[in-house]
Design a protein around this ligand. Sequence first.
Ligand SMILES: [Cu+2]
Length: 124
Amino acid sequence: MAKAVAALVAASFLILLLAFPTVFATDYVVGGPSGWVIGPDYGIWAENFKFKVNDTLTFKYEARLHQVEEVSKSDYINCNSNHPIKNYKGGNNKITLSKPGSYFFLCPTPRHCQLGMKLALSVS
Ligand SMILES: [Cu+2]
């Protein structure tokens, strides 16, 4: 009996998941276990995923070393942190990808963007 109930619950969940995929937003920890640091190639990291509207990015980092800025595409390309769209501090930020399109992030600490702390991704 318990097994039948468990199977029914699992089947219901699967049906729900197939019918309403957007309900189940995914949270992505940027960089995986490494987090937001100097070292990883965040372009390669982002290629592993298909980001959807309402998914979230969680940036984890050492607050005294790093920050997160959402920037325009040209500021991303040029590592320009002078006019961010949004700035996040504190070491743990969850950012909702609320609309489709491209998103660009960088670390505004001097030289960090040039050293690879930049992330571009597209959301569908
Ligand atoms: Cu940094």
